[in-house]
Design a protein. Structure first.
Length: 295
């Protein structure tokens, strides 16, 4: 018998030689199992993380949408490749890998979309929106529908005597609004400070920096950047309509709702921070779930 392996001993090179080591087969099986577990953990997790990030963090636009679609198609291709290997080899490993990758193709976009609509859509709207300074509360809101941040004129303040908190039927969330006024006497209220779960039905408006006399900046609450924000804006509008009936105001068709703060840049940083933290948490949860399935 030719000794192709120079490290074989004379005994091992014999044709009738059979390994008697009780650990050789076990070692090989352990190596294969370790490799399979690693693939089951990291391949679906990488697909999940990739899709979560591309759906959650980029600014809205055609380029971001096309890139997210390409990434999604790539993960489907990975699932298809695993399915082909399963049909070729009949291994349950490839069947489980295919199912977990397909699950990542669904869970990643859903988790990313949730982060985008709740945090990042507002952040990008404020980044791309126009900043207006010295805006009088009596001004028409039609001229500021593209605003991201509004700095109101000196003398502007919240009328904390005419607060209203509205809780829709079946909801546990209270939508709070307070009118932004100046010295001009008018029954038309165009701008409202608004937030959730920070007031009583008609008093104790503690939203944002309402307690700071120096606060005159409004971070605009978007009306159309996502379905989540559109629904929330409609709840604030319903609260303002109720307040108009109670206090005798004339409400414009498109009032502007803002979160009332002393420092708008800190609010933008907080939105970005919350979005990134939520993405990190979801990535960690995905790793844990992938590890549990693999083990």
């Amino acid at each position: 018998m030719a000794r192709n392996d120079p490290f074989l001993t004379d005994v091992e090179a014999r044709a009738d030689y059979k390994s008697t080591s009780p650990f050789s087969g076990w070692t090989r099986r352990e190596h294969l199992v370790t490799r399979e577990v690693a693939l089951l953990v990291f391949v679906p997790w990488i697909c999940y993380v990739l899709l979560l990030l591309v759906f959650a963090l980029p600014p809205p636009g055609v380029f971001a949408s096309v890139f997210a679609l390409i990434c999604w198609a790539g993960t489907l291709l990975a699932a298809g490749t695993s399915h082909d290997l399963q049909k070729r080899h009949g291994s349950p490993f490839y069947k489980l890998l295919t199912l977990t990758v397909l699950l990542s193709c669904t869970a990643g976009p859903l988790a990313g979309h949730h982060i985008f609509v709740t945090e990042m859509s507002s952040y990008w709207m404020h980044q791309s929106g126009v900043t207006y300074k010295g805006v009088a509360p009596s001004s028409s809101p039609d001229a500021y529908q593209d605003a991201g941040i509004i700095d109101f004129s000196d003398g502007s303040n919240l009328d904390l005597r005419r607060v209203l908190g509205s809780r829709p039927v079946g909801s546990t969330t209270t939508y709070c609004i307070a009118p932004i006024m100046d010295s001009s006497a008018s029954k038309r209220v165009h701008f409202f400070a608004a937030d959730v779960d920070c007031c009583e039905p008609r008093r104790s408006f503690a939203c944002g920096d309402a307690a700071k006399p120096s606060a005159r900046t409004g971070v605009v609450l978007p009306a159309h950047s996502s379905s989540y924000n559109a629904e929330r804006w409609q709840h604030f509008y319903n609260a303002a309509a109720q307040a108009a009936e109670v206090y005798g105001w004339n409400l414009p068709e498109r009032p502007i709702f803002v979160r009332w703060f002393d420092d708008a840049e800190a609010v933008q940083s907080a939105l970005l921070h919350r979005g990134l933290v939520e993405a990190f948490i979801q990535c960690f949860v995905g790793l844990c779930a992938s590890s549990i399935v693999a083990m």
